[in-house]
Design a protein around this ligand. Structure first.
Ligand SMILES: Nc1nc2c(c(=O)[nH]1)N[C@H]1C(S)=C(S)[C@@H](COP(=O)(O)OP(=O)(O)OC[C@H]3O[C@@H](n4cnc5c(N)ncnc54)[C@H](O)[C@@H]3O)O[C@H]1N2
Ligand code: MOO
Length: 425
């Protein structure tokens, strides 16, 4: 059977999954990184009044048209305490940054350009043009303005704006819930003393970290033995918890103990595809669990007028840690972004290969490599000599995956090749 190309597999996975519509209201302080689900509208006009942008004196520009004008000081306007009267001809009011402009005044004399005289009057050393250092009412936004649109990822910039718009809570999309199930009789948790033939289960931790970086919550279903009934039972736990995505780890290949595909189908998974033209990660399995939970409302599609049942995507990842992580980067990350209405990180880049890359076979290869910058600041990628998909230490040292398309001819050193950046972006 021909293996499915990576791009086609990803397109099929994304096409079968609908962005989640569940929302929640969060206080501003808890909303960082979340995706807005409803527009943010200004609940007031900002600034709410004409305000001074500097410390100085508010006056009428016609009174200080020439340097050397002398003005009578009649009061003070401070932030939070405006001046109640009206500035008349020949008068000025002490004013501070952010304070309301008093009625009658139409400009501000900077404190550094003024001199307080012994008799209490104020000398303007310079001519003061009209409207100096005034922030007009509504300069930032007006009540009712739509300031942020759904789909915006909330960060320090737009959270400041939402707060200024007097919105104490924001409606955001709920985080997708990813359930992770690791299978294998040989697995024990980190910290345990492994018996003969046992190994430490590491994949869950990397997958969970990547999922959380991509805006998901994680439900760790723990370690499950190579047993169809036990695996199917764990799948039901994921469904009962309302998981939006299920990831299984291990048991995806063809060995006698690779039972995950059968167990998932026992639990109601409809298989979409299995085995991809990629290395590492060939045994990746993708399917859907139809769900019957009441809390999962059907999705209404206005384009077609139909109600679709919610179906939960299932990714069956291969057990080798590097295969698991490469499949998570290529498939789980874009899937979670799609479900959560967010943009996945921009990992695709190009680099010059530091070595000659050999001709490739039919599987798209993702070689773990190190990145350095050349004298011009362009990336140079060097693959590690060993590419075994069990080697976590090499994965942890890798800054990139060098992509070798199917049937790519030999690429002499110094030529450009596509890469996925996997270190700090
Ligand atoms: N005859 C064939 N054998 C294999 C094929 C094949 O096409 N024909 N494919 C190979 C490829 S490629 C991969 S990748 C592996 C994937 O196998 P499985 O998904 O069935 O994974 P397991 O056999 O369960 O485990 C593989 C390896 O990874 C370790 N493992 C499993 N889970 C974890 C975990 N949570 N944390 C850390 N390590 C884990 C497991 O102990 C094994 O060493 O199959 C090849 N075989
Ligand atoms: O494709 Mo497996 O993922 O070689 O290691």
């Amino acid at each position: 059977m021909a293996l499915l190309p990576v791009e086609e597999a990803l397109a099929r996975l994304l096409a079968s999954a609908q962005p989640l519509q569940k929302t929640e209201d969060l206080p501003l302080a808890a909303a960082r990184g979340r995706i807005l689900a409803a527009p943010v509208t200004a609940r007031l006009t900002q600034p709410p009044f004409d305000a001074s942008a500097m410390d100085g004196y508010a006056l009428r520009a016609t009174d200080a048209a020439e340097p050397g004008a002398i003005l009578e000081l009649v009061g003070e306007s401070a932030a939070g305490h405006g001046f109640d009267g009206t500035v008349q001809a020949g008068q000025c009011v002490r004013i501070f940054t952010g304070a309301p402009m008093p009625a009658g005044a139409d400009t501000v004399l900077l404190q550094e350009d003024a001199e307080k005289m012994e008799d209490g009057r104020v000398l303007a050393r310079i001519a003061v043009p009209l409207n100096r250092h005034i922030r007009p009412r509504g300069q930032d936004f007006a009540e009712g303005d739509q300031l942020l649109t759904p789909g915006t990822q909330l960060d320090f910039r737009n959270l400041t704006l939402a707060a200024a718009a007097n919105q104490p809570t924001l409606t955001v999309y709920r985080k997708p819930l990813l359930a992770i199930l690791a299978t294998g009789d040989e697995l024990v948790l980190p910290g345990a003393r492994p018996g003969a033939s046992q190994i430490i289960a590491s994949n869950t931790f990397g997958i969970a970290a990547l999922a959380e970086e991509n805006g998901a919550d994680v439900l760790d279903l723990g370690l499950v033995k190579d047993d169809r009934a036990a695996i199917a039972d764990a799948v039901r736990r994921a469904q009962q918890a309302g998981a939006d995505v299920l990831v299984t780890v291990g048991g995806a290949s063809v060995g006698d103990h690779d039972l995950v595909g059968a167990a998932l189908q026992d639990a109601g998974m409809v298989l979409d595809f299995w085995k991809i033209a990629m290395r590492p990660g060939k045994p990746l399995m993708v399917g859907r669990l139809e769900c019957f939970q009441e809390k999962w409302e059907p999705v209404f599609r206005p384009e077609t007028g139909e109600n679709l049942p919610i179906s939960t995507p299932v990714l069956g990842l291969p057990g080798n840690p590097v295969s698991s992580m490469v499949c998570s980067l290529l498939f789980l990350e874009p899937l979670l972004a799609h479900l959560g209405h967010r943009q996945p990180p921009k990992r695709l880049d190009v680099a010059r290969s530091a070595v000659t890359l050999k001709a490739n076979d039919q599987r798209q290869d993702y070689l773990r490599g190190r990145l350095t910058a050349d004298a011009d600041g362009a990336w140079v990628a060097e693959p590690f000599g060993k590419q075994d998909s069990s080697m976590t230490r090499i994965l942890a040292s890798a800054d990139c995956l060098i992509i070798r398309p199917p049937h790519a001819p030999e690429l002499p050193a110094g030529n450009l090749c596509p890469i996925l950046r996997i270190g700090q972006l």
